[in-house]
Ligand binder design. Structure first.
Ligand SMILES: [Zn+2]
Length: 364
């Protein structure tokens, strides 16, 4: 039975979303129809809004909802199941089929496309590979941020960096993803946990989520501050200088400033000692940035990226929900603003101006 949906559409050539009434067809064999309870706003969507496009698009890639109908070939969810939607396929166990990107036919015959999924809508029709079944009592509101912010930030700690207890970390950018990185570092037992941001309010939020040291980069040189906090009294590097820097530095923003800061903020080391410092690009890097080959070479540092926290959603979403259940991951503190779908452009404006601490969500 076709289902009426209200979907935020970004028309070609415009940076203002409009909410359209669209009738969704029944799911195809590998599709699911999901009623959305809540969905988050991610910084990467600002890139999508402002990039050049030749078609209408739909946005959003984190949500919590309920299965209303599933296609004939779908075997991991049934009608009534609660699910979390993320922007990457849930499993690597089904390599024979790639997920199909969702598309919607608008009135007048135009087609709106998206990057795999869209979630800024009260109902969505998606490839089943983008939904993960979660317990039926999973909170319908704040749990939606697990789909991107938590997977990206916490996954970078758990999967990409594999942070161990006692390791030192620095997180550049205390937005939604940065706060999840900080919380996961705290859960992993990292110490110190140094948060770097330009805004004191965001640094205070970082402290609440587990940062042990705060660096306001508008007042001081962030790299020097991180190195000063981690300088060794005993160890010397190849050049005879005191070893300094964190075991892992995360760039959770992706500006050219932060991207170039994480490598020099990463730990130098004496020759022959185990443990390479890691600089990790978590936010989408905006541009090319300079890297010191000598810094990489002499101190055997690693510079690496992480896409959605190197997560496998079917394995990792249950873990992150457990953290939330046990009170270790404070999603109630992470979600600081709630909007309706009709306020979507106000929400985007606030996100663009950097006004949103943590994460904003849309509730239905
Ligand atoms: Zn995202």
């Amino acid at each position: 039975m076709p289902t009426p949906a209200r979907i935020a559409i970004l028309p070609e050539g415009s940076d203002t979303l409009r909410v359209d009434e669209i009738t969704l067809p029944d799911p195809g064999p590998h599709q699911v129809l999901v009623k959305i309870f809540s969905t988050g706003l991610c910084h990467s969507q600002l890139h999508e809004i402002h990039e050049h496009r030749t078609n209408d698009v739909m946005l959003g890639h984190e949500a919590t909802g309920e299965i209303l109908a599933a296609g004939a070939e779908v075997d991991h969810v049934v009608m009534g199941d609660r699910v979390i939607i993320g922007g990457i396929p849930r499993t690597i166990e089904a390599p024979t089929r790639r997920p199909e990107s969702a598309r919607v036919e608008e009135a007048g015959g135009r087609v709106a496309l998206c990057q795999g999924v869209y979630t800024w809508a009260d109902h969505v029709l998606l490839d089943e590979l983008y939904v993960v079944k979660v317990p039926g009592d999973t909170r319908p509101d704040v749990s939606c941020v697990v789909g991107c912010a938590v997977m990206t930030g916490a996954g970078a700690v758990v999967n990409t960096a594999k942070v161990r207890a006692g390791q030192s970390v620095a997180i550049f950018g205390a937005g939604g993803v940065g706060l999840c990185t900080i919380a996961a570092a705290r859960i992993a037992g990292a110490d110190p946990i140094i948060a770097v941001d330009l805004a004191d309010e965001k640094l205070e939020a970082a402290k609440r989520h587990g940062a042990t040291h705060l660096v306001n980069a508008s007042n001081e040189d962030a790299v020097e501050a991180v190195r000063a906090l981690t300088r060794s009294d005993t160890e010397r590097d190849m050049a005879g200088l005191p070893v300094a820097g964190v075991d892992v530095a995360f760039d959770c923003i992706g500006t050219d400033v932060t991207a170039r800061q994480i490598l020099p903020a990463t730990r130098t080391k004496p020759l022959g000692v185990d443990g390479q410092g890691q600089a990790i690009l978590v936010g989408i890097p905006a541009d090319d940035f300079p890297v010191s080959p000598l810094d990489l070479f002499l101190h055997e540092k690693k510079l690496t990226g992480t896409l959605a926290g190197s997560c496998r959603p079917d394995r990792d979403i249950p873990l992150f929900l457990e953290w939330f259940e046990r009170g270790e991951l404070d999603l109630d503190a992470l979600v600081t603003r709630r909007y309706t779908l009709d306020d979507i452009n106000d929400a985007i404006a606030a996100l663009s101006k950097g006004e949103i601490e943590g994460r904003a969500i849309i509730e239905f």
